[in-house]
Write a new protein. Structure first.
Length: 406
């Protein structure tokens, strides 16, 4: 009887989802029933993408002695996805023989490994299935390592992602007839209300809404920071300079304060060997100003900032004064004018062009950078620029190249 149940779980996605008390959506079922060796899925936010990936992984792992690799842009994302798989496996009462932070081994010999997108972490594996989560945010060079690991097993490659411009391996896969194509759009997702989408459409630019929710590939050609410039600055955790926070003391923080429906964003950068590296990003919506002081104190205790630069425009001036009085942190205000914003953004671009700034795979930051200049929400870009400004490592430009676009 148990053997029959496992067969049903592996072969019948409707039965699998009902066992987990999940409501199956048509596009999820279509994806789970697809047995193609190459699949690409472009998915909008909140459309059940990670749930579908978790279910596909479990279906495949029920078959004995399979190795499944799930590759995500960051360690946090890979850990979150494995946590969901682990929870589903437990609820389905599937026997587990090994459970670590990055690996789940079933008692039938199948292994599920969830790893960040780095050549060093994935090299050397042979797999029966590789699932690349947020595949548009994984560097093209990594696919040169991924595809050979499927050669000996004639394995399956599954690419799942929110679109990120009309460039890169993921976009080319969407245009490739050798891949089976699936689309998860909010227009087909019954649990997302029209009221919520209307609010998001009003909050975001049209381009960002089409990319993030409608899962459309949109052009980024008129942006201040070209796609190639942004992605060329991204480094994996294994490639970054490591050091002791306490000993180096060369950390800086930029803070963009929320206005109306925007986000309050903290970006921390470290200067090492003349190069700035983003080491931490925190994003909050509707955070009370007193809590900003508490977060800055905790970050300062961790990084011992040399300088913190905060947006002091409008209401921000009062907030900066309050923070200075309350916390005695090394805070400096930055007041936005047309000229000062041009200087700030030019400094950020120069840092990227000169290879003096390295980024992490933070989806919101990368998306805002590649859309900066054509979409109005720029909280992460501004916080990053303020952190670069705080370092005072890059000479301020004498000319402004962006005219009145910013």
């Amino acid at each position: 009887m148990r053997y029959l149940r496992l067969i049903l779980l592996a072969l019948d996605p409707v039965y699998l989802m009902k066992q987990l008390s999940l409501r199956p959506y048509k596009y999820q079922l279509s994806f789970l029933k697809d047995t193609s060796s190459r699949i690409v899925v472009k998915a909008g936010r909140q459309t059940g993408k990670s749930t579908a990936v978790a279910l596909l992984t479990i279906q495949f792992a029920i078959m004995p002695n399979k190795t499944i690799l799930i590759i995500s842009p960051s360690l946090r994302q890979s850990s979150e996805l494995l946590r969901k798989i682990r929870r589903f496996v437990s609820r389905l009462d599937i026997p587990v023989c090994k459970d670590t932070s990055s690996e789940l081994e079933l008692c039938n010999g199948s292994r599920i490994l969830s790893l960040p997108a780095s050549e060093y972490t994935i090299r050397g594996y042979s797999a029966h299935m590789v699932i690349v989560d947020e595949a548009a945010f994984v560097p093209d060079t990594l696919y040169e390592t991924i595809t050979p690991m499927l050669a000996a097993t004639n394995g399956r490659l599954i690419l799942v992602s929110t679109p990120f411009g009309k460039k890169g391996y993921f976009y080319r896969a969407w245009l490739d007839d050798g891949f089976s194509h699936h689309e998860f759009s909010v227009n087909d997702c019954p649990h997302i209300s029209k009221e919520f989408l209307d609010e998001e459409r009003n909050r975001m630019s049209e381009l960002a809404f089409r990319q993030e929710y409608l899962a459309e590939f949109v052009e980024h050609e008129n942006c201040v920071f070209p796609y190639s410039l942004v992605m060329g600055a991204v480094v994996d955790a294994d490639d970054r300079e490591m050091g002791s926070y306490a000993n180096e003391q060369s950390f800086y923080c930029g803070v963009d304060l929320a206005k109306h429906v925007d986000y309050t964003v903290f970006v921390v950068v470290k200067e090492i060997h003349g190069v700035l590296e983003v080491v931490e990003i925190e994003t909050y919506q509707k955070i009370p100003y007193p809590l900003i002081s508490e977060r800055l104190k905790k970050l300062h205790s961790k990084f011992n900032f040399r300088r913190i630069v905060i947006d002091a425009t409008g209401v921000g001036e009062a907030v900066v004064d309050m923070l200075k009085w309350d916390s005695h942190l090394p805070i400096e205000p930055f007041v936005f004018t047309t000229r000062s914003k041009l200087e700030l953004i030019e400094m950020l671009r120069v840092a990227l062009e000169n290879g003096e700034l390295k980024l992490i795979r933070n989806q919101r930051l990368l998306t805002e950078l590649t859309m900066f200049g054509v979409e109005e929400h720029d909280d992460h870009v501004i916080a990053l620029a303020l952190a670069v400004w705080a370092s005072h490592k890059i000479k301020k430009p004498k000319a402004f190249v962006f005219g009145g676009r910013i």
